[in-house]
Design a protein. Structure first.
Length: 259
């Protein structure tokens, strides 16, 4: 059996690639997965930086009903023992639910709900049997922001947050730590934040780099924390004011076209 492996989904870019790099730095071998062929180039780059690490890359569409079982079976066939599971793969659209395509809506629910939950189910059982393991689920500050155009995204992240908290309680005494990561604005290509807004956000600490987020997240995971929120203060301030907005006012804002 090949041991000391971390499995990172969505690792061909952004936060996923940063997770892979830092886990390699921390001494883990890697299985990195993406639906993009670029994952093989990323694997080679990691091998160059960390020549003593084993890095396995696999192209796979995780947005299907059977993806988690297929990935778990692959690990069984390759005799890869996963100690760390990073459920990072995700998609984002700032669009009304009914305006999105059937294909995208199926993708986001499978990718954000079904696949991470079932990966935790399959690999979690092995971790419990070994009495050691780590599961990190990437949620979002939007898990508590129910507004227009974020219906699918925010709701799936709300599932991940609630699911992760329950799983943390269930598995903590069995040697497995489950951590929810709830980032606010992160400087990756996923959210299409313009350059000026990014510069201002970084200056005030509201927008963080993926490297900063990943470092904080992994520290929380390995220290046994249930939740990591980055940037904490700005997230708390935003959520406080969002909670004060009544639904009728959001409908007015929509009618005016301000948001």
């Amino acid at each position: 059996m090949k041991t000391n492996y971390a499995l990172v989904t969505g690792a061909s870019s952004g936060m996923g690639y940063c997770y892979a790099l830092e886990l390699a730095q921390r001494g883990y071998n890697l299985l990195i997965v993406s639906n993009e062929d670029a994952i093989h180039e990323k694997a080679q780059a990691i091998r160059t930086l960390y020549p003593t690490r084993e890095v396995v890359s696999e192209v796979m569409n995780l947005g299907t009903p059977t993806a988690a079982k297929e990935l778990y079976d692959y690990c069984q066939q390759q005799q890869i023992e996963v100690e760390v599971l990073i459920n990072n793969a995700g998609v984002y659209h700032d669009r009304d639910f009914l305006a999105d395509s059937e294909g995208f809506n199926q993708l986001i629910f499978h990718l954000h709900v079904v696949t991470p939950a079932m990966l935790a189910y399959y690999f979690g059982q092995d971790m419990v049997n070994r009495h050691k393991g780590y599961i990190l689920n990437m949620s979002s500050i939007t898990d508590r922001i129910a507004v227009q155009r974020l219906g699918s995204y925010g709701s799936t992240k709300a599932f991940l947050s609630g699911f992760s908290r329950s799983l943390h309680i269930e598995l903590k005494d069995k040697g497995v730590n489950v951590t929810t990561v709830r980032p606010g604005a992160v400087d990756t290509g996923l959210y299409s934040i313009n350059a000026t807004a990014t510069k201002i956000g970084k200056a005030f600490g509201y927008i963080v780099t993926p490297e900063h987020l990943v470092h904080r997240a992994l520290n929380g995971l390995f220290r046994g924390r249930a939740k990591v929120s980055v940037p904490y203060v700005w997230n708390a301030i935003l959520l406080f004011f969002v909670a004060l907005i009544p639904t009728w006012l959001l409908r007015v804002v929509r009618k005016t076209g301000l948001f």
